[in-house]
Ligand binder design. Structure first.
Ligand SMILES: NC(=O)c1ccc[n+]([C@@H]2O[C@H](COP(=O)([O-])OP(=O)(O)OC[C@H]3O[C@@H](n4cnc5c(N)ncnc54)[C@H](OP(=O)(O)O)[C@@H]3O)[C@@H](O)[C@H]2O)c1
Length: 336
């Protein structure tokens, strides 16, 4: 095992879409755990859209903007390789905010054991992790989806979107998706079982969306914001529900959503509900107990977009924030 810890730090201010060269690799000696601490070897590093506003200091999880030479925060799954903490043993697998690096220390706070016998380790960062919990909160808690209802979701091939549709289907609803390529839409329909998926980058959108949904939908889960939300409102039934979850169309923009007009939400007498996944931390076990069996028996499908090696983290983040990822964005940092 290496005595060096490699981490990726911010190298220059980010303007617009983050680029790989906004970050650089630095090396330092691997830390040693003090009393009450564990040393974790990271196996999977989660890249998530919220990290873009968090780096800018404008996300609920961030107290301030990231300084140059600091590594972004991120959730990781890894293995304890040294322990001076009574609740953790060498060999335990844990999920915690280890950041963009290969090793980290933890004092046990917000550090949770994960069991590879119950689910593949990487899924604790994706469909059975924070993104999955987000979809559960949306469909089960906020929208309270019912059999026979129809649900539309944007970024439908991503971890949140794919789980929104699949949980809705497990509850007897019909899922419809919007995604950014024909390949993504094929996956959403052929693999995940959505009734329909429209490529919003193809000619004729949003007419194609409206033509495919002549009766409208009961629920729209919004991962994107801006024009995507306005277009989706045109197919929302009167008194329909909108779950406001993400604004990925605006994370890279300096002037976020200026002149944005929600008049169509009035016309539709829409119920708008904002979702913050952190409110549902105490439901994580309930979520896991419901959804993990569906993953194990193959009813729930998922796709991951993996890069290998900490040195590729910045480029993989660029890919995510420019819509080029296809599935849950992960960096593989070591063997299981
Ligand atoms: N509220 C909460 O607590 C909470 C929790 C988790 C996630 N979220 C939000 O949920 C959304 C989905 O997250 P995720 O983890 O499942 O990631 P994700 O869907 O993999 O996010 C990346 C995808 O977003 C789309 N995208 C990227 N840039 C875009 C742009 N400029 N305009 C429109 N679409 C763009 C692309 O899909 P297409 O090619 O299909 O456009 C891209 O593949 C994000 O907005 C995230 O911030 C919110």
């Amino acid at each position: 095992m290496s005595s060096i810890n490699r981490k990726v730090v911010l190298a220059s201010p980010i303007n617009g879409i983050p680029r790989a060269d906004n970050f650089r690799l630095v090396e330092s000696p691997r830390p040693e755990p003090g009393d009450g601490e564990i040393l974790v070897r990271h196996i999977y590093l989660s890249l998530d859209p919220y990290q873009r506003p968090a780096i800018a200091g404008i996300h609920i999880s961030a107290k301030k903007a990231l300084e140059q030479e600091e590594a972004p925060s991120a959730e990781t799954v890894g293995q304890v390789i040294a322990s001076r903490h009574p609740d953790f043993a060498v060999g335990d697998y844990v999920r915690h905010f280890g950041g963009w690096q290969e090793y980290s220390l933890s004092d046990g706070q917000q550090t949770y054991k994960v069991d590879p016998a119950l689910a593949p380790l990487s899924t604790y960062l994706g469909i059975l992790g924070m993104p999955g919990l987000t979809a559960f909160a949306s469909m089960i808690k906020l929208a309270d989806v019912q059999p026979g209802q129809s649900v539309l979701v944007s970024s439908a091939s991503g971890p949140v979107g794919s789980m929104v549709g699949q949980i809705a289907m497990q509850k007897g609803a019909t899922a419809y998706g919007v995604a950014g390529s024909d390949d993504k839409c094929r996956f959403v329909v052929d693999e995940l079982g959505f009734a329909q998926c429209v490529n919003y980058k193809a000619a004729g959108y949003p007419g194609t969306l409206q033509a495919g949904l002549p009766d409208g939908v009961d629920i729209y889960h919004d991962n994107v914001g801006g024009q995507m939300l306005l277009d989706a409102l045109t197919v929302l039934r009167n008194y329909g529900t909108v779950i406001l979850c993400g604004l990925i169309s605006q994370y890279n923009e300096a002037n976020k959503g200026q002149n944005f007009n929600l008049g169509p939400a009035i016309i539709k007498r829409a119920v708008l509900k904002g979702l913050v996944v952190y409110d549902y931390e105490d439901r994580r076990q309930e979520f896991f107990d419901l959804v993990a069996p569906w993953v194990r028996d193959g009813r729930i499908k998922y796709r991951e977009d993996r890069a290998v090696g900490i040195e590729n983290t910045g480029a993989h983040f660029e890919k995510l924030m420019s819509g080029q990822n296809f599935g849950k964005a992960l960096v593989v940092l070591g063997d299981e």
